[in-house]
Write a protein that binds this ligand. Structure first.
Ligand SMILES: Cc1ncc(COP(=O)(O)O)c(C=O)c1O
Length: 447
């Protein structure tokens, strides 16, 4: 069945995919996963170099998480979360509030990243409305920012690839040019940066102060938007500016939360506490869909009232607070605590960053290598010196991705960029193996 090709065979419409590609490259039939490896039906192994879209932290079929979910399954698989609560959600709220930045005190559950962003945007505006400021309904977001693909989230999407095709369906918010640190226009380095590029942001905040509900940012790394990375200085400055303007700071740590940037949350590196923190992906270590929005007492109190119709946050998803997903998340947080994961990750992160640089620095088609924590991205160009990109129709990145699959690594490209974001259980030897495969795949296409 995996080898049938042609439009007629395609009953399943895959996400973010040109389905016609599957005429030449049928979807790989993944039969099982173990640790950092995915296995197809023929038993071939692939290193999951991008953690299955950045969700997996502790490996596939992790025995601890599997056991926790199994035990919960035998007890309670799901229950309506309006009017009910349950053990896994209660424990998860306690565990989350113990590790997120101080000041966040309330947890609202949803079931995927985009919906967490939707909930945060709605909650931000509705809190102002409840406080007598219905005019505060606009949001600032950064160029290259990505916050999901539902209609509200596309309103704050700074990547035209995702937003432009649906423009008529979307309420456009306020886009501001963000930091472009790999080619800093101010001539600063990560060490010397004081967010000198903050001017456009400051101007936009001042111009819209009356109507601004909040500013949304992916702290430290804009993942889907070509892995633009900024130092903590920008985030600190943004926190100060949002406070001064009287609007919310919404930190979307859906991709970067739970250790990806080297600290539990990226905001920690700037010593910043947002008004909203959106989390998903790694929260269950990639086991089950779950997301949440954490917020402050000030926001929560704006909804607290005698009558639901007047001020309650009327927003729900059927699978909100699913007990199985919460059990997986509790076990994920227990692993973090018991195995001191953030400290244990440090040498692996250093090794991954060094291994990628060792192989790709100076390569004739590499225009930039950038890293933050576990995330390392390699930009490829036809002529890096002249700044000439590859012809899009050559599909260079896609061909490298296919070559890497042949060699045993799932290294999905982002345009002409390859990136590494493996599960934390990868070993130093496996990092070397992965980066060797990546190098060979690049050479197979460009050599
Ligand atoms: C920063 C960020 N926000 C939001 C989302 C959307 O999450 P989901 O794909 O679960 O809807 C993503 C997904 O990649 C993301 O990286």
């Amino acid at each position: 069945m995996s080898h049938v090709v042609g439009k007629e065979a395609m009953r399943i419409w895959h996400p973010c995919t040109q389905m016609k590609d599957h005429e030449n490259y049928p979807p790989v039939f993944i039969d099982r996963g173990q640790g950092i490896y995915l296995y197809d039906r023929e038993g071939r192994a692939y290193i999951d170099a991008i953690s299955s879209w950045w969700v997996n932290l502790f490996g596939h079929a992790n025995p601890r998480i599997t056991r926790a979910v199994g035990e919960q399954l035998a007890r309670l698989e799901h229950v309506i979360f309006a009017g009910c609560t349950h053990g896994p959600a209660e424990e998860l709220a306690t565990r989350l509030l113990a590790v997120v930045p101080a000041g966040l005190s309330r947890v609202f559950f949803a079931d995927n990243g985009s919906c967490a962003v939707e909930a945060a945007l709605k909650m931000s505006h509705a809190s102002w409305r409840n406080l007598g400021h219905p005019e505060k309904c606009r949001f600032i977001y950064l160029t290259n920012g990505y916050h999901g693909e539902t209609a509200g989230a596309l309103g704050v999407c700074g990547d035209a690839l995702y937003a432009a095709p649906f423009a008529p369906l979307v309420v456009p918010q306020i886009e501001v040019a963000g930091p472009v640190c790999h080619a800093c226009p101010c001539g600063k380095t990560r060490q010397t940066c004081q967010a000198e590029c903050f001017g456009p942001m400051q101007a936009a905040i001042e111009a819209n102060a009356e109507v601004l509900s909040g500013i949304i940012i992916e702290p430290l790394v804009q993942c889907a938007g070509n892995f633009h990375m900024h130092p903590p200085a920008y985030l600190s400055r943004l926190r100060r500016a949002a406070t001064a303007a009287g609007c919310h700071l919404i930190a979307d740590e859906i991709a970067v939360g739970f250790g990806r940037t080297g600290t539990m949350f990226a905001c920690e590196q700037a010593d910043v506490s947002p008004d909203f923190l959106c989390l998903s992906k790694g929260i269950t270590s990639g086991t089950l869909p779950l997301s949440c929005v954490l917020t402050t007492d000030a926001v929560f109190d704006a909804f607290y009232h005698d009558y639901a119709e007047d001020k309650a946050f009327l927003h729900s998803h059927s699978y909100t607070g699913n007990p199985l997903a919460c059990a997986a998340a509790c076990e994920t947080l227990r692993i973090f605590e018991e195995d001191d994961v953030i400290a244990a990750n440090k040498p692996k992160i250093a090794h991954l960053q060094a291994a990628v640089r060792e192989r790709f620095a100076g390569h004739r088609h590499v225009s930039d290598i950038r890293s933050t924590g576990w995330i390392t991205a390699v930009s490829l160009a036809a002529d890096p010196e002249k700044g000439t990109a590859f012809d899009g129709r050559e599909r260079t990145g896609f061909r490298i991705y296919r070559e890497a699959i042949k060699r045993g690594a799932w290294l999905r490209n982002l345009g002409d960029m390859i990136y590494f974001m493996p599960p934390y259980v990868i070993t130093l030897e496996e990092i070397d193996k992965l980066t060797d495969i990546a190098f060979d795949a690049v050479e197979a296409v460009l050599g």
